[in-house]
Design a binder for this molecule. Structure first.
Ligand code: COA
Ligand code: ZN
Length: 331
């Protein structure tokens, strides 16, 4: 059912972008840098460090330059950032970004709310940013929001999504991220849309990006995996959400997905124990409990001490057995 376990699953961390952009507190620059540096050692394929958006629109990430300049670059990790326009692209190039992550929405209403442009205007602008990236020899990924539904429009037709992905590929993007911005996706839909896009654009590198708004983040990840997607965005602790999408909540949690994939025998290259420690650091930084589950419960094989008085319970049970009043039960 889940073939291709030999091929590693590539994990992108987005907590410092998708996560922190949605937090009420401003996490200090030093703390952001220390967090990214900690994450850099954990085996990710990619870290979305920040976004070069208007500081008025996303105040939580207004220190993008300072963070990018000060982080340690681990060889082999792609350090990317969200770039909404040419201005953002110029700022990102100044910081020697490894990749641009451009953004637009498959939904007209969400595109207007989030980016203040119609989709055709966005496409034109992305063309300009992609040209800037090309001239600097920086690869371009494009995150397409609301692929599986829009909180304001409802269903987003799969045929329209397919057309938009085609337009993004025509801009020269090497990859497209299929984003379930407000957790509206469900497994058969995810499988159908991902498989159709993979079939239509075999040269395009696809990434899955699921939010856990309705508790379907993990099953949607599995559905995408079954459809052949091999790279995923996820957020430490399960924080995240778009401030311009009503009802948006956290991304699927990195530690929850990595734990599940490890149990299933997939190689993610990511250090789960390190993730759990990092999630506790993040919890301190944002000042509230995080929605992720594995950083609270631990690995499924984590051993717990028996309850108090257990020795007495066992002794009494064994005494009953030797009494022959109770038959021993096979484990
Ligand atoms: N970096 C820094 N400042 C920027 C900027 C960028 N990339 N793009 C625009 N600005 C500034 C302008 O200089 C201008 O500043 P001023 O008011 O001091 O003159 C102001 O923002 C408005 O500029 P304008 O070109 O009119 O942009 P806008 O108001 O139409 O905003 C976006 C367009 C996309 C840049 C802005 O809405 C944005 O950054 N949105 C964030 C989207 C996002 O990250 N959402 C969550 C992730 S999906
Ligand atoms: Zn998101």
């Amino acid at each position: 059912m889940f073939e291709g376990k030999a091929a590693p699953i590539r994990i992108n961390e987005v907590a410092t972008r998708d996560g922190l952009q949605n937090e009420a507190v401003f996490v200090e620059t030093d703390d952001k840098v220390a967090l990214v540096d900690r994450l850099s050692g954990l085996g990710y394929a990619k870290i979305e460090v920040t976004s070069f958006t208007s500081p008025a629109a996303i105040p939580a990430l207004r220190d993008a330059e300072a963070v990018m300049h000060r982080i340690r670059r681990e060889p082999g990790v792609v350090y990317t950032a969200l770039v909404p326009n040419v201005r953002g692209g110029e700022r990102a190039l100044e910081c020697r970004i490894d990749e641009f992550n451009l953004v637009m929405s498959a939904s007209e209403t969400h595109n207007l709310a989030n980016l203040r442009m119609t989709r055709p205007q966005s496409l034109r602008q992305l063309g300009e940013v992609a040209a800037l990236a090309r001239s600097a020899k920086v690869p371009v990924n494009i995150s397409l929001s609301c692929v599986f539904g829009c909180p304001m429009e409802g269903e987003v037709p799969a045929a329209a999504v397919l057309e938009w992905v085609g337009r993004l590929a025509d801009l020269g993007a090497t990859g497209v991220t299929l984003c379930d911005t407000t957790g509206m996706a469900y497994p058969p839909q995810v499988h159908g849309v991902c498989a159709a896009i993979a079939r239509a654009y075999p040269g395009l590198h696809l990434t899955g990006h699921f939010h856990n708004t309705r508790g379907m983040g993990l099953v949607n990840t599995l559905a995408a995996l079954q459809a052949g997607i091999r790279q995923f965005d996820m957020s430490l602790g399960g924080i995240g959400g778009c401030p311009y999408a009503p009802g948006a909540s956290g991304n699927v949690a990195t530690e929850d997905v990595v734990h599940m994939l490890q149990c299933m025998g997939y190689d993610t290259g990511v250090d789960l124990a390190g993730l759990i420690t990092a999630a506790h650091v993040l919890e301190e930084l944002v000042g509230h409990a995080l929605p992720a589950q594995v950083s609270q419960a631990g690995h499924r094989l984590k051993r717990h001490d028996p309850p108090p008085g257990f020795d007495a319970i066992r002794a009494r049970a064994h005494a009953r057995t030797s009494d022959n009043t109770t038959q021993p039960v096979a484990p």
